[in-house]
Design a protein around this ligand. Structure first.
Ligand SMILES: Nc1nc2c(c(=O)[nH]1)N[C@H]1C(S)=C(S)[C@@H](COP(=O)(O)OP(=O)(O)OC[C@H]3O[C@@H](n4cnc5c(N)ncnc54)[C@H](O)[C@@H]3O)O[C@H]1N2
Ligand code: MOO
Length: 548
C-alpha cells in the first residue's frame, strides 16, 4: 500500500467539508433547542424525558452499544462548549483514549490496544464470534471469514464466471464500461495541419502583405500562400499550403500601408526592451499526425471508459466502442416493514436501500435490470431467485437468524454454495456470498443500511469489478486525524472525510445510520482494536468521489 495525498486541497474543499462536517455532527445543536446559529442549519431535538428513556433503553438493546455510548459522551462534552465552526470540526472526531467509552476506561487500554475478551470490564464489548448469528442456530460451527479473505473470495468468484462476449456499444452508452479491444486511431490526429492560435498564417519572413479574406475553422482548403503573404486565420482552421508559421494576433501589428509586422507580446512590458520579435518556423502550427497516426494504439484493452476516453474515441473517429457488457444485477429488497414513500411511523420505516443501491451498483459497473420489493415472503424470494437470469442477485435484509430472515433457508433450498457466510467486519457481519448456479451469484446484504454499504464494498464491489473487467483500485492509506474506535476482534469500516492529508472519522456511523456515510469521502478500514491519531489506515473510496 502506498500513501497518497488527498484530492482537493484544503482551500477548494474547505467550505464543502466544513459544511458536511457540521451537518454530520449536530450533537451540540440537538441539545440546545431554539439556539440558531447564523449561516448553518439548526438541528432541533424533539426530545422529551420519555424519549430519552426510550433512547437509553434502545441503546441498551443495541449490539453496538460501545459506539452509542461513545456518542453520548461526545454529546455531553458538546454541551459544555460553545459551538463555533472549529468546534464543530472537533466534534466529528472520535475522541482520544481518555475520553471515549468503556474500552478506554482501563488505563492503557485505548482503542489502539486490542483487548482480550476476558479483560472486558463493562460487558459493552461485542461478544466474540460464537454469538454471531452465523455461528449460532442454523450454523452451529460456522466461522465467519476474515475481511480481506472475504474480498478475495468475491474476486475469485468473479474469475470463476464465463465472461459475456464483448459488444459494440454507442459512445453515449459506453461510459463506465471496459474496453475489450485496443483503441486504435482511425485517423491521424490532427488529421490536417491546423492553426493552434487565432492570428495570421504567414509564409517566409515579414513584413507580410495580408490577404483580404481570412480562413475559418471547418471551411474548404485555403489557397496556397506566396512568400511574404499572410492571411487571417482562426484557431483550428486549416493551414494554407506553403505557410511557414502562425503569428498570434497579440504578436502582430499592421502598419499604415496595411502590412503585418511581428511584434513583441505587450505582456512582456519593459522586459521586452531591446528584444527582437522572432517567428520560428512551424510556430503555432499543429502538424497533421502530431498526436497520433492512423493505426497507432491509443489505449490498451482493459481501460475503463471515462469521459476523457469517450472524448478521445470521438476525436479519433469512433462512433461505437468494443466493450465488455456490464454484469446484469437484480436487487431484491426484503422486509415487510418498508415504505416506499411518505413519512415513516407506526413501526414502518422508509426503504433506504431501494433508492441507494441501484445507482451505487451502477457506479460499481453493474447494469441494474430490476429492483423488486418482496416483503418477508419466503415463496416470493424463492421464485425471484429461481427465475432470475441476472448474473448477480443482490438481496437486502433477511441475512440474520430472525423468524423472517429467509435468505439462508432459500439458499439451502435452491442448493446454493455458500462461498462467504458472515464476515469478521463491523458493521455488516451477517453479509454473505453464494453461488446459485454456474455464472450466477447472490450477494446477501444485511438490512441495516450502513451494514449493507459494508457488504456492498466488501463483497459486491470485488465481484462486480471482476465481472465488469475493471482493474482493482490501487490501495492507499492516509493517516487518521483523530483516534477511531475499532471492534475488539473484527475489522471495522468507518466513514471518513478526507481533509488535507488526513482522514477524519465521522460520527453517526452506527449500522442503522446513513448520516455519516452520506457526508463521507471514503470508508476507513480500521484494524481490530481501532486506530490512533496519525496511524495510517487503508481507505476505500466511494464511487462518487471520482465525480467531485
Ligand atoms: N440475534 C441476533 N440478531 C442479529 C444479529 C446477531 O448477530 N444476532 N446481527 C445483527 C446485525 S449486526 C445485523 S446487520 C442485522 C442483519 O439483519 P438482516 O440482514 O436479517 O436484516 P433485517 O433483520 O431484515 O433488517 C435489519 C434492520 O435493517 C432494517 N432494514 C432492512 N431493510 C431495510 C431497507 N431496505 N431500508 C432501511 N432499513 C432496512 C430493518 O428494518 C431492521 O431494522 O441483524 C442483527 N440481528
Ligand atoms: O453490526 Mo450489523 O453487522 O448491524 O451491521
Amino acid at each position: 500500500m502506498t500513501g497518497r495525498s488527498a484530492r482537493g486541497g484544503p482551500d477548494t474543499d474547505e467550505r464543502y467539508v466544513e459544511e458536511a462536517l457540521a451537518v454530520v455532527d449536530d450533537s451540540g445543536a440537538r441539545d440546545r433547542p431554539g439556539e440558531a446559529r447564523p449561516g448553518r442549519p439548526t438541528h432541533k431535538r424533539h426530545g422529551s424525558e420519555q424519549q430519552d428513556r426510550n433512547a437509553a433503553h434502545d441503546r441498551g438493546l443495541a449490539r453496538d452499544r460501545d459506539f452509542e455510548h461513545d456518542r453520548d459522551l461526545e454529546h455531553d462534552r458538546a454541551l459544555a462548549h460553545d459551538r463555533d465552526l472549529e468546534e464543530a470540526l472537533a466534534l466529528v472526531r472520535d475522541s482520544g483514549p481518555r475520553e471515549v467509552g468503556s474500552q478506554s476506561r482501563t488505563p492503557g487500554a485505548g482503542p489502539d490496544t486490542p483487548r482480550h475478551p476476558a479483560a472486558r470490564d463493562s460487558g459493552r464489548d461485542r461478544p466474540p464470534e460464537d454469538a454471531s448469528p452465523a455461528s449460532s442456530g442454523r450454523h452451529p460451527r460456522h466461522e465467519a471469514t476474515r475481511w480481506p479473505e472475504a474480498r478475495a473470495a468475491a474476486e475469485r468468484a468473479a474469475r470463476s464466471v464465463t465472461r459475456r462476449e464483448p459488444a459494440d456499444v454507442p459512445l453515449e452508452a459506453a461510459l463506465g464500461l471496459v474496453l475489450a479491444a485496443p483503441l486504435t486511431a482511425l485517423t491521424d490526429l490532427p488529421s490536417f495541419n491546423t492553426s493552434a492560435m487565432d492570428g495570421w498564417a504567414v509564409a517566409g519572413p515579414g513584413p507580410w502583405h495580408v490577404r483580404e479574406e481570412g480562413i475559418l475553422a471547418g471551411r474548404t482548403e485555403p489557397a496556397p500562400l506566396e512568400d511574404g503573404e499572410a492571411v487571417r486565420i482562426a484557431t483550428g482552421a486549416r493551414i494554407p499550403p506553403d505557410a511557414t508559421a502562425v503569428v498570434r494576433s497579440e504578436h502582430g501589428s499592421m502598419d499604415a500601408k496595411g502590412r503585418l509586422h511581428a511584434v513583441l507580446p505587450p505582456a512582456l512590458g519593459p522586459e521586452g526592451a531591446g528584444r527582437t520579435p522572432t517567428v520560428a518556423h512551424g510556430q503555432d502550427i499543429r502538424p497533421r499526425g502530431q498526436e497520433c497516426h492512423t493505426g497507432d494504439q491509443l489505449l490498451p484493452p482493459g481501460i475503463l471508459v471515462t469521459p476523457a476516453v469517450l472524448g478521445l474515441a470521438a476525436a479519433a473517429g469512433y462512433d461505437t466502442l468494443c466493450a465488455l457488457p456490464r454484469p446484469r444485477v437484480e436487487v431484491l429488497v426484503l422486509g415487510d416493514e418498508l415504505l416506499t414513500e411518505g413519512l415513516p411511523g407506526d413501526g414502518l420505516i422508509r426503504d433506504a436501500l431501494g433508492p441507494m443501491l441501484p445507482p451505487w451498483l451502477r457506479a460499481l459497473g453493474a447494469d441494474v435490470v430490476a429492483v423488486r420489493r418482496l416483503g418477508d415472503d419466503a415463496e416470493a424470494l424463492h421464485r425471484a431467485v429461481t427465475s432470475s437470469t441476472a448474473e448477480v442477485i443482490v438481496t437486502t435484509g433477511g441475512t440474520a437468524a430472525g423468524p423472517v430472515d429467509h435468505v439462508h433457508p432459500i439458499l439451502r433450498r435452491v442448493g446454493a454454495e455458500l462461498l462467504v457466510d458472515g464476515v469478521k467486519v463491523r458493521p455488516g457481519h451477517p453479509m454473505l456470498l453464494a453461488r446459485i448456479r454456474d455464472n450466477q451469484h447472490l450477494v446477501g446484504l444485511p438490512g441495516n443500511p450502513l451494514a449493507a454499504v459494508s457488504g456492498l464494498l466488501t463483497l459486491a464491489e470485488p465481484l462486480l469489478r471482476g465481472l465488469a473487467g475493471r482493474a482493482a483500485p490501487e490501495p492507499y492509506t492516509l493517516p487518521l486525524r483523530d483516534a477511531a474506535h475499532g471492534h475488539p476482534y473484527d475489522t471495522r469500516l468507518a466513514p471518513v472525510v478526507v481533509r488535507a492529508d488526513h482522514a477524519v472519522p465521522l460520527h453517526y456511523n452506527g449500522p442503522a445510520m446513513l448520516r455519516g456515510i452520506a457526508a463521507a469521502d471514503a470508508l476507513a478500514v480500521l484494524p481490530p482494536g481501532g486506530a490512533r491519531p496519525g496511524q495510517e489506515v487503508e481507505l476505500l473510496d466511494l464511487p462518487w468521489v471520482w465525480a467531485k
